[in-house]
Design a protein around this ligand. Sequence first.
Ligand code: FNR
Length: 186
Amino acid sequence: MVKIHDVAVIIGSLRKDSINRKVANSLIDLAPSSVKLSVIEIGQLPLYNQDGDSNPPAAWTSFRERVKAADAVLFVTPEHNRSVPAAMKNALDIGSRPYGHSVWNSKPGAVVSASPSAIGGFGANHHLRQSLVFLNVPTMQQPEAYIGGADKLFDQDGKLANAVTRDFLQKFMQAFASWIVVNTKS
Ligand code: FNR
């Protein structure tokens, strides 16, 4: 029987009408049946503080447990000031500690960035990749996904209304599903 891989989706925007959430929803819709995606919310996480390692807030613990249970992680992020939004970095930091107990270790990952700008959040995408190298997340290199002009891709119901982007995101998810299989330790 083919294993269905559980993929945690982490969205770097907390905004109600977030473009990146729409991109994430599209990726969920377009994913092949060998992966099951669900969003892990990060907006409720208190700011990481190392003093909390000995007595962590409940929100940190449930976040860590949820990531740990996942087979893979898909990051979908805006760019804030040419880098990763604070909420996304906070989630990375929380998952990385206490020292020696990182929930990211060895988990296959992929990064999608989206922005109204033409360069599609390239800076955030690569700053995130820098952290993922340190966190030992084997992160899919190709295809890269910098979704530019992303504010123009969705209809009034938040549905993807661009055939070229739909085709690209579908291929991206097929590649990620294969990446997960290749990078999962049996
Ligand atoms: C931005 N935005 C932005 N866009 C970009 O392409 N590069 C950047 O460096 C920044 N910097 C930035 C900083 C801050 C604090 C904000 C609030 C916004 C614009 C950003 O791409 C736009 O607001 C997107 O709509 C954010 O994505 P969501 O929230 O719609 O998913």
